[in-house]
Design a protein around this ligand. Structure first.
Ligand code: PEP
Length: 260
């Protein structure tokens, strides 16, 4: 049985102090409500990682980096390694986000190398994939996703890695746009991803791997999106910057009766 996961991607937002405050708000909300059946991750920018990890330490909330180098160390100006993220308190790392693919030119091969390095270094990778609007319009969404799975996930792992991995399906046209996939579109893509994982890594891996939906998830659409049987929670951008909104989205993912 997969537990739901709601992960916040703060992108390039929040100073160290602002990050501490947001993390405190989320941790206090969770301590009060004790939502069952849902894991929570915060993804602050690098500089706020340690402060956020300290703020949530002792709570059930984990911390994720937003990227990492595939190199262990060395002369790579501006880069951050897997061991540095772990040292700062991260347990997970978001990889292959469409903003990094589009704005920083990251391709599937590089994402696969980062995922392999993260996993070998003890971080659980959250590997993002999803189609641009033109691809969806052309009816090639599933083909596009299959290609990304093959090159960014199968390219990283010949067999399921010991700590597992997480997939985030994020249609590019829905990220930060206010547009969302319909629950049916999201479920179709998630079921397809799970089928492909089964073909590549076997039934157990497919059944255990959490597949998150990302793309303008808000308090008012989260419950409908998370209702899909293959949708195991969300990767949340804009709405994770507001403690109240993020907590509402977490509530939508909880499995106990208090969510109704
Ligand atoms: C994201 O950045 O991963 C994301 C899904 O952003 P938003 O929720 O703002 O669309």
């Amino acid at each position: 049985m997969r537990r739901a996961l709601v992960a916040g991607n703060w992108k390039m937002n929040k100073t160290i102090e602002d990050g501490r405050k947001l993390a405190r708000d989320v941790a206090q909300g969770i301590a009060q409500e004790n939502p069952s059946g849902v894991d929570v991750l915060l993804g602050p920018p690098y500089l706020a990682l340690t402060a956020v990890a300290e703020t949530v330490s002792g709570s059930a909330i984990g911390v994720a980096g937003q990227n990492c180098s595939h190199h262990p160390d060395g002369a790579y100006t501006g880069e951050v390694s897997v061991s540095m993220l772990r040292d700062a308190g991260a347990t997970h790392v978001i990889l292959g986000h469409s903003e990094r693919r589009e704005l920083m030119g990251e391709g599937d091969g590089l994402i696969a190398r980062k995922a392999a390095a993260a996993s070998a270094g003890g971080l659980t990778p959250i590997i993002c994939l999803g189609e641009p609007f033109t691809t969806r319009k052309a009816g090639k969404t599933l083909e596009h996703i299959a290609h990304q799975i093959e090159h960014s996930i199968q390219g990283a792992f010949t067999s399921p890695p010991p700590g597992g991995f997480i997939v985030a399906y994020e249609p590019v046209w829905a990220i930060g746009t206010g547009l969302t996939a319909t629950p049916e579109q999201a479920q179709e893509a998630h079921a397809f991803i799970r089928e492909r994982l089964e073909d590549i890594f076997g039934l157990e891996c497919a059944q255990e791997t959490r597949i998150l939906y990302g793309g303008s998830v808000k308090p008012d659409n989260a419950a409908d999106l998370f209702a899909g049987p293959d949708i195991d929670g969300g990767l949340i951008g804009g709405a994770s910057l507001n403690g109240g909104d993020f907590l509402e989205i977490i509530r939508a993912a909880r499995t106990d009766s208090a969510s109704t």
